[in-house]
Structure formats: C-alpha cells, structure tokens
Design a binder for this molecule. Structure first.
Ligand SMILES: [Zn+2]
Length: 294
C-alpha cells in the first residue's frame, strides 16, 4: 500500500513537472554567500564603466545618472542587511543590490559572452565584469548617499539579523512580543527579524516542530528556544553549503531547495511520514507537517 502511494506521488511529480522546475531561490544564505565572495574578489577594485541593459533594473536614480555616478568609484566594502547587498563606494556613495526571487551577481572576464538575462554590467579595472543576472528580470540596484539609500529603502526599520552572533532567544522573544497574526507571517516580516525568506521560515518551523499558524504570544519558553535554535540551524546549514544558487564565480551551491517541507506538498514528512500539507498564510505558500508541528 505504501509502495503504491509512493508510486502515485512519483507520477504526480513527473506529471506536474516538479522534477524539472528551478530548485533555487535567493534567500539570506544565498545573498550572504555572494556578499562574502564580493568581499574577497571585488572590494578594492574600481568601477571603470557601467552598462544598464534593462532600465527597469535601476530603482533610482535614472539609468544614465546611475551609470555616471558609479564610474570611477572604488568598491570599499561588501555588507548584507536582510536581503540587500550594500557596497560602500569611494566618495561616500552606497550601491544597493536586491536579488528578489532568484537574481544573482556573477564575476566574469570582460571577454566572456553575456547571457540574455544580464540586466546591469559593472566593468572593473582588472578586465573583469560584475554582472547582475535574473531570468525573471525582477532584480534591482540603486545608488545614492548612505542616508538617502537608507531612507528610500527603509533600511533603518529592519529588525535584528538572524545570522548575527548576537541573535539569541532573548532577542527573538522581544521581537515576537506583542506581534499579532500567525507566526509564519510574523517571521517573514523583516522589521521583526531580518533573515528569513519563505523557504527558510517553513524549514525553521518544521525543525522546531511548531505549527506556522500559531500566534507568537502562545509560544512557551521552550518553544521559543527551539525556534531560535531551528532558525540558526537552517540558516547556518544553508550558508555552509553555499546556498541553492551559483556563487559569484559560477560554482553551484550544494544546499537543497526542498530540504524537508518546502514545496514538498503531499510527500512524506521525513520525521513521521505524514503527507506534507500546503496552506496560504498571509498570502504566502506555506508547507508543514500536520502531525508533528504543533
Ligand atoms: Zn511529521
């Protein structure tokens, strides 16, 4: 009977093309991987020339001003805040890049062919190009003075970083206190906690055995501790495996997109074999085990 059911699920997956679907997503482990790569390979370089191939990819200022402002600037650092990559530049400018669903940055020799999904190209002073790529063309970049960028992108409203060494259960409890609405929705609110995308939130709640529909105020101290530990485990594991996408140098990360529950609707829970269920919570796809998440 079990064998028959599993064969049925396999058939469902093939029929729905699930095996061939893109199994990648730019969440915090992926963005942090690229940020660290930028720190090792791009910081210290000077931008010689900028080409905007898709005007919609420049959030502000205009594409022409964007290219002009960036020309001749030296990259002085690479930082991450939530899913933003922030590159401080010479002469007190800040460049921000956001990958949205699965955009990415790649560093290649200037002579290498440009893929059709290239949105912006920054030519560096070492015959290499930094390219913003996105098959969906949703990824965005912006440049400005740091205070202007922080105001326009609302960077100062972001909550504490889940990957920060100072993130502990006291920080999580304080941030969740008085928040209304289902836990899944609260965890995705980057003003509460910066660091969880949809995939990593579902996986963290599964690791912690907590139902995504719970109200934060009902969590016991033990559950808060489990949730804190689960968030750290999921993010650090994703980061250690260098995410689900290609890194700055084109090397594919080894993290699994469908780790335990995410986009595994109908397939057996790895802990108890109950079929994983799908729900829309706060307009976001949510995947969980109805048996072992309480
Ligand atoms: Zn289960």
């Amino acid at each position: 009977m079990l064998r028959f059911r599993l064969q049925g699920l396999e058939a469902w997956r093939v029929q729905h093309g699930e095996e061939h679907e893109e199994a990648r997503m730019a969440e915090v482990p992926e963005v942090e991987t690229i940020t660290r790569d930028l720190r090792s390979a791009v910081v210290g370089r000077t931008i010689e020339h900028v080409e905007v191939l898709n005007a919609a990819a420049v959030r502000f200022p205009s594409p022409a001003e964007f290219a002009e402002l960036l020309r001749g600037r030296r990259v002085e650092g690479a930082e991450r805040r939530a899913k933003y990559i922030l590159l401080p530049l010479s002469e007190h400018l800040l460049l921000a890049v956001h990958f949205m669903l699965w955009g990415t940055l790649t560093l290649t020799p200037t002579a290498a062919a440009r893929p059709a999904e290239t949105l912006i190209v920054w030519r560096l002073d070492n015959d290499q190009e930094l390219r913003l790529l996105d098959t969906l063309a949703y990824a965005r970049a912006a440049v400005g003075a740091p205070h202007e960028l922080a105001a326009r992108l609302d960077l100062d409203s972001l909550g504490p970083e889940a990957l920060d060494p100072d993130f502990n259960v006291a920080v999580l409890s304080r941030q969740l206190a008085k928040r209304r609405g289902p836990l899944k929705t609260v965890l995705l609110n980057q003003r509460v906690l910066a660091g969880l995308g949809n995939r990593d939130a579902d996986e963290s709640l599964w690791v912690a055995c907590i139902d995504p529909r719970r109200i934060p105020a009902t969590l016991t101290p033990d559950e808060l501790q489990q949730l804190h530990d689960a968030i750290c485990t999921v993010l650090e594991e994703g980061l250690a495996l260098r995410g689900t996408q290609r890194d700055l140098f084109g090397v594919q990360g080894k993290a699994k997109h469908r780790r335990n529950v995410f986009e595994r609707t109908g397939r057996p829970c790895p802990r108890c074999a109950t079929p994983i269920e799908h729900l829309r919570i706060g307009n976001r796809n949510t995947h969980f085990c109805p048996h072992c998440q309480h």
